[in-house]
Ligand binder design. Sequence first.
Ligand SMILES: [Zn+2]
Length: 261
Amino acid sequence: MDYAVVFIFGAVIGSFLSVCIYRIPLGRSIVRPRSFCPVCKHPIRWFDNVPLVSFLLLGGRCRHCGEKISLRYFFVELLTAVSGTVLLFYSSDYAGFLIYWFFTCILIVVAFIDIERRLIPDIFSIPGIFAGLVLSAFFSTGSAVFSAAALKDSLIGVLAGGGSMYLMGVLGEMAFKEKAKKAGGAVGGGDVKLMAMIGAFMGWKLALVTFFLAPVLGAAAGLYVLLKRKQDIIPYGPFLALGAFISLLYGDNILSFLFGF
Ligand SMILES: [Zn+2]
């Protein structure tokens, strides 16, 4: 029962995240106007705006002009619903579940904005760093008790996450001078701030697992993009986000496998 509620609620949240992904980089309000078809501008009625279901019933097309609706809408709704369900399964307490689902929602928005626009807006990562610090400090034990140790772990996480990414950028620029100049830096400042936020929510150990996991995930996708589309610049945010989610679920297992703690 819990899982079904989280799944349905997740699809609804996902539908809102899609609006954020589309409108926030354009500087538009996320509450007004109501959703409309980006092609024919026809407002979308509530029965055509039911998460997951409407997309399937309409066959992924606008009811009015028949133009294709981006698969991204369906995918973000599904991803938000599934990630919530999976996190609930792995969580030992509700506070942790809610915090990490909230964190995952930010990751989803950031990843898709980065895919579509090659940028990670500060409006997510900077407040995200503070949210991560505060939530970690007060809810790490599952109940609302301040923990200095958790705050310290989260603070070191910000430094380790952001620092490792920054260092990678410096080294990358030294190694690929010409290419990096063309792309405006090997590592974007957005990636540094995103990793700092990941560190704030997950602590320094899992932030470092994320840091090492992301290039492994990115390499496979990068190879595909390089061969298929003859492009050699790919957004890195989605791999940091995916790496963070995997570390959230399996980071401790990965660490104990590697180092035995
Ligand atoms: Zn339309």
